[in-house]
Design a protein around this ligand. Structure first.
Ligand SMILES: Cc1ncc(C[n+]2csc(CCOP(=O)(O)OP(=O)(O)O)c2C)c(N)n1
Ligand code: SF4
Ligand SMILES: [Mg+2]
Length: 202
Protein backbone atom coordinates (compact mmCIF):
# COMPACT_ATOMS: atom_id res chain seq x y z
CA UNK A 1 0.00 0.00 0.00
CA UNK A 2 1.32 3.47 -0.88
CA UNK A 3 1.78 5.90 1.98
CA UNK A 4 -0.04 9.27 1.75
CA UNK A 5 3.41 10.90 1.69
CA UNK A 6 4.32 9.23 -1.62
CA UNK A 7 1.34 10.91 -3.30
CA UNK A 8 2.36 14.42 -2.31
CA UNK A 9 3.38 16.64 -5.22
CA UNK A 10 5.64 19.13 -3.44
CA UNK A 11 9.39 19.65 -4.00
CA UNK A 12 11.87 18.16 -1.52
CA UNK A 13 12.50 20.72 1.25
CA UNK A 14 9.23 22.56 0.71
CA UNK A 15 7.94 24.22 3.91
CA UNK A 16 4.39 23.10 3.05
CA UNK A 17 5.19 19.64 4.47
CA UNK A 18 5.81 21.14 7.91
CA UNK A 19 2.75 23.37 7.79
CA UNK A 20 0.37 20.49 7.04
CA UNK A 21 2.00 18.37 9.74
CA UNK A 22 1.43 21.23 12.20
CA UNK A 23 -2.23 21.48 11.14
CA UNK A 24 -2.71 17.69 11.44
CA UNK A 25 -1.10 17.67 14.89
CA UNK A 26 -3.18 20.65 16.02
CA UNK A 27 -6.40 18.84 15.04
CA UNK A 28 -5.24 15.73 16.85
CA UNK A 29 -4.22 17.50 20.05
CA UNK A 30 -7.50 19.45 20.14
CA UNK A 31 -9.43 16.17 19.69
CA UNK A 32 -11.29 17.45 16.64
CA UNK A 33 -12.52 14.34 14.82
CA UNK A 34 -12.17 14.16 11.05
CA UNK A 35 -15.94 14.35 10.46
CA UNK A 36 -16.12 17.71 12.27
CA UNK A 37 -13.38 19.51 10.35
CA UNK A 38 -13.26 21.05 6.90
CA UNK A 39 -10.09 22.29 5.22
CA UNK A 40 -10.78 24.66 2.34
CA UNK A 41 -7.95 25.63 0.01
CA UNK A 42 -7.35 27.85 -2.99
CA UNK A 43 -5.20 27.13 -6.03
CA UNK A 44 -1.41 26.95 -5.86
CA UNK A 45 1.19 24.59 -4.39
CA UNK A 46 -0.43 25.50 -1.06
CA UNK A 47 -3.84 24.71 -2.52
CA UNK A 48 -2.97 21.02 -2.60
CA UNK A 49 -2.80 20.99 1.21
CA UNK A 50 -6.51 20.27 1.60
CA UNK A 51 -6.02 16.93 -0.19
CA UNK A 52 -3.34 15.83 2.27
CA UNK A 53 -5.21 16.30 5.56
CA UNK A 54 -7.82 13.81 6.78
CA UNK A 55 -11.36 15.11 7.04
CA UNK A 56 -13.70 17.01 4.71
CA UNK A 57 -11.88 19.11 2.14
CA UNK A 58 -12.47 21.40 -0.80
CA UNK A 59 -9.88 22.68 -3.27
CA UNK A 60 -11.71 25.69 -4.63
CA UNK A 61 -10.77 28.51 -7.06
CA UNK A 62 -7.74 30.79 -7.00
CA UNK A 63 -8.53 33.60 -4.55
CA UNK A 64 -11.93 32.24 -3.53
CA UNK A 65 -10.85 30.27 -0.47
CA UNK A 66 -12.52 32.53 2.07
CA UNK A 67 -15.93 32.89 0.34
CA UNK A 68 -16.16 29.10 0.17
CA UNK A 69 -15.08 28.71 3.82
CA UNK A 70 -17.63 31.37 4.83
CA UNK A 71 -20.40 29.40 3.16
CA UNK A 72 -19.38 26.16 4.88
CA UNK A 73 -19.30 27.83 8.31
CA UNK A 74 -22.66 29.52 7.81
CA UNK A 75 -24.35 26.28 6.77
CA UNK A 76 -22.99 24.32 9.75
CA UNK A 77 -21.43 26.44 12.53
CA UNK A 78 -20.58 23.27 14.50
CA UNK A 79 -17.79 22.46 12.01
CA UNK A 80 -14.18 23.54 12.55
CA UNK A 81 -13.35 25.38 9.34
CA UNK A 82 -9.71 26.00 8.38
CA UNK A 83 -8.98 27.89 5.18
CA UNK A 84 -5.50 27.55 3.67
CA UNK A 85 -3.88 29.21 0.68
CA UNK A 86 -0.91 31.04 -0.71
CA UNK A 87 0.17 34.66 -0.51
CA UNK A 88 -0.89 35.14 -4.13
CA UNK A 89 -4.24 33.53 -3.42
CA UNK A 90 -5.02 35.48 -0.26
CA UNK A 91 -3.15 38.78 -0.61
CA UNK A 92 -3.37 39.17 -4.39
CA UNK A 93 -6.47 37.98 -6.22
CA UNK A 94 -8.31 37.22 -2.95
CA UNK A 95 -7.34 40.36 -1.04
CA UNK A 96 -10.87 41.81 -0.94
CA UNK A 97 -12.23 38.60 0.58
CA UNK A 98 -9.48 38.64 3.22
CA UNK A 99 -10.36 42.16 4.39
CA UNK A 100 -14.07 41.43 4.52
CA UNK A 101 -13.49 38.13 6.38
CA UNK A 102 -11.60 40.14 9.03
CA UNK A 103 -14.55 42.54 9.29
CA UNK A 104 -17.17 39.78 9.29
CA UNK A 105 -15.37 37.93 12.10
CA UNK A 106 -16.91 34.48 11.55
CA UNK A 107 -15.25 31.67 13.50
CA UNK A 108 -12.87 30.55 10.72
CA UNK A 109 -9.10 30.02 10.89
CA UNK A 110 -7.14 31.26 7.87
CA UNK A 111 -3.57 30.01 7.39
CA UNK A 112 -1.55 31.66 4.63
CA UNK A 113 1.44 29.72 3.28
CA UNK A 114 3.56 32.78 2.53
CA UNK A 115 6.48 31.91 0.25
CA UNK A 116 6.60 35.44 -1.17
CA UNK A 117 5.93 34.27 -4.73
CA UNK A 118 3.50 32.57 -7.09
CA UNK A 119 5.17 29.18 -6.82
CA UNK A 120 2.83 26.87 -8.74
CA UNK A 121 3.18 29.10 -11.80
CA UNK A 122 6.99 29.01 -11.38
CA UNK A 123 7.99 32.03 -9.36
CA UNK A 124 6.40 35.34 -10.28
CA UNK A 125 6.34 38.28 -7.82
CA UNK A 126 3.50 38.33 -5.30
CA UNK A 127 2.21 41.07 -2.96
CA UNK A 128 4.73 39.95 -0.30
CA UNK A 129 7.86 39.68 -2.48
CA UNK A 130 10.58 41.79 -0.83
CA UNK A 131 12.22 44.71 -2.56
CA UNK A 132 15.18 43.57 -4.65
CA UNK A 133 14.15 39.90 -4.91
CA UNK A 134 14.77 38.48 -8.38
CA UNK A 135 11.66 36.73 -9.75
CA UNK A 136 10.30 35.70 -13.16
CA UNK A 137 8.42 38.99 -13.40
CA UNK A 138 11.21 41.10 -11.87
CA UNK A 139 14.45 39.81 -13.44
CA UNK A 140 16.32 42.91 -12.25
CA UNK A 141 14.85 42.82 -8.75
CA UNK A 142 11.40 43.61 -7.37
CA UNK A 143 10.70 47.33 -7.06
CA UNK A 144 7.28 47.22 -5.39
CA UNK A 145 6.97 47.57 -1.60
CA UNK A 146 5.57 44.37 -0.02
CA UNK A 147 2.48 44.57 2.13
CA UNK A 148 2.34 43.71 5.83
CA UNK A 149 -0.42 41.07 6.20
CA UNK A 150 -0.77 41.28 9.99
CA UNK A 151 -0.98 45.08 10.04
CA UNK A 152 -3.57 44.89 7.29
CA UNK A 153 -5.63 42.24 9.11
CA UNK A 154 -5.54 44.19 12.36
CA UNK A 155 -6.55 47.38 10.61
CA UNK A 156 -9.53 45.52 9.12
CA UNK A 157 -10.65 44.43 12.60
CA UNK A 158 -9.10 40.97 12.95
CA UNK A 159 -8.73 40.12 16.64
CA UNK A 160 -6.24 37.25 16.12
CA UNK A 161 -3.50 37.77 13.55
CA UNK A 162 -0.04 36.31 14.04
CA UNK A 163 3.11 35.43 12.16
CA UNK A 164 4.94 32.09 12.31
CA UNK A 165 7.64 30.22 10.39
CA UNK A 166 7.26 26.75 8.91
CA UNK A 167 10.62 25.81 10.46
CA UNK A 168 9.49 26.56 14.04
CA UNK A 169 7.27 23.52 14.15
CA UNK A 170 6.23 23.47 17.84
CA UNK A 171 5.51 27.18 17.91
CA UNK A 172 3.55 26.97 14.65
CA UNK A 173 1.45 24.07 15.96
CA UNK A 174 0.64 25.95 19.20
CA UNK A 175 -0.33 29.10 17.26
CA UNK A 176 -2.61 27.01 15.03
CA UNK A 177 -4.24 25.46 18.12
CA UNK A 178 -4.78 28.90 19.66
CA UNK A 179 -6.20 30.20 16.38
CA UNK A 180 -8.67 27.30 16.11
CA UNK A 181 -9.77 27.88 19.72
CA UNK A 182 -10.13 31.63 19.18
CA UNK A 183 -13.77 32.67 18.84
CA UNK A 184 -13.96 34.70 15.64
CA UNK A 185 -11.81 35.05 12.55
CA UNK A 186 -8.16 34.12 13.11
CA UNK A 187 -5.32 34.65 10.67
CA UNK A 188 -1.80 33.19 10.64
CA UNK A 189 0.79 34.36 8.14
CA UNK A 190 3.28 31.49 7.93
CA UNK A 191 6.64 32.30 6.39
CA UNK A 192 7.32 29.28 4.21
CA UNK A 193 10.48 27.95 2.65
CA UNK A 194 10.26 27.45 -1.12
CA UNK A 195 13.67 26.15 -2.21
CA UNK A 196 12.64 26.14 -5.86
CA UNK A 197 11.67 29.81 -6.23
CA UNK A 198 12.22 31.77 -3.02
CA UNK A 199 15.98 31.64 -3.39
CA UNK A 200 16.53 35.07 -1.77
CA UNK A 201 15.57 33.60 1.62
CA UNK A 202 17.69 30.41 1.46
C1 LIG B 1 -8.42 32.98 -11.63
C2 LIG B 1 -7.04 32.39 -11.80
N1 LIG B 1 -6.02 33.18 -12.13
C3 LIG B 1 -4.78 32.67 -12.26
C4 LIG B 1 -4.57 31.33 -12.06
C5 LIG B 1 -3.17 30.76 -12.25
N2 LIG B 1 -2.56 30.48 -10.98
C6 LIG B 1 -2.58 29.25 -10.43
S1 LIG B 1 -1.77 29.18 -8.98
C7 LIG B 1 -1.33 30.81 -9.10
C8 LIG B 1 -0.47 31.50 -8.07
C9 LIG B 1 -0.25 30.70 -6.85
O1 LIG B 1 0.50 31.48 -5.92
P1 LIG B 1 0.15 31.40 -4.40
O2 LIG B 1 -1.28 31.66 -4.17
O3 LIG B 1 1.11 32.27 -3.67
O4 LIG B 1 0.39 29.86 -4.05
P2 LIG B 1 1.76 29.02 -4.05
O5 LIG B 1 1.77 28.26 -5.33
O6 LIG B 1 2.90 29.96 -3.94
O7 LIG B 1 1.61 28.13 -2.87
C10 LIG B 1 -1.84 31.40 -10.26
C11 LIG B 1 -1.62 32.81 -10.64
C12 LIG B 1 -5.67 30.52 -11.72
N3 LIG B 1 -5.55 29.20 -11.46
N4 LIG B 1 -6.90 31.08 -11.58
S1 SF4 C 1 7.56 25.28 -5.94
FE1 SF4 C 1 8.02 26.01 -3.86
S2 SF4 C 1 6.03 26.04 -2.80
FE2 SF4 C 1 5.80 24.78 -4.65
S3 SF4 C 1 6.16 22.67 -3.96
FE3 SF4 C 1 8.10 23.47 -4.74
S4 SF4 C 1 9.17 24.31 -2.94
FE4 SF4 C 1 6.98 24.05 -2.40
MG1 LIG D 1 2.96 31.81 -2.84
Amino acid sequence: MRSWLTNIQWCPGCGDFLIIMAIKNAFKELWIPSHKRVVVSGVGCSGKASQYIDGYAAETLHGRTLPFATGVKMVDPSLTVVAVGGDGDGYGIGMGHFIHACRRDLDITYIVFNNENYALTTGQSSPTTPIGAVTKTAPEGNLIKPLDPVALAEHAGCSFSKTAHSKNFQELKEIIKAAIQHKGFSHIDVEQDCPSFRRWAM
